[in-house]
Design a protein. Structure first.
Length: 121
């Protein structure tokens, strides 16, 4: 486990851009053919990712407070406390989501966002 100071520069830029509600800066962190999977939905390529960013990050004024960073075999796993103007029906008061980042050549090529639950065993 590490803190945000050890994040790959593009991941740190991504989180800062999300918290600044900066659509162009968020999109600029992704590779042209990147994949985002958020809430079991896939967004392939910059046009689809831009629509997702505009509506669900910037549009909903989402903020992320990083709570944990893990480097696992070169992949960056970021857990964060999410807030914003999105529909919070059936969500916990403290919404923690896990972000799995794959970075290649200084750009995010894959981002998977999941609300994990503890294993029952």
């Amino acid at each position: 486990m590490t803190d945000t100071a050890t994040l790959a520069p593009v991941v740190a830029e991504h989180i800062a851009a999300v918290n600044a509600f900066d659509e162009d800066a968020i999109v600029a962190t992704f590779a042209d053919d990147a994949l985002v999977n958020d809430a079991h939905r896939e967004f392939w390529g910059l046009e689809a990712i831009r629509r997702w960013v505009a509506r669900e990050l910037v549009g909903d004024r989402v903020t992320v407070e990083v709570t944990e960073v893990v480097d696992h075999q070169g992949e960056t796993i970021v857990r964060g406390r999410y807030d914003g103007d999105f529909d919070k029906t059936n969500l916990p008061d403290e919404l923690i989501l896990t972000n799995y980042f794959t970075v290649r050549d200084g750009k995010i090529v894959t981002l998977i966002v999941i609300r994990n639950t503890p294993a029952s065993y």
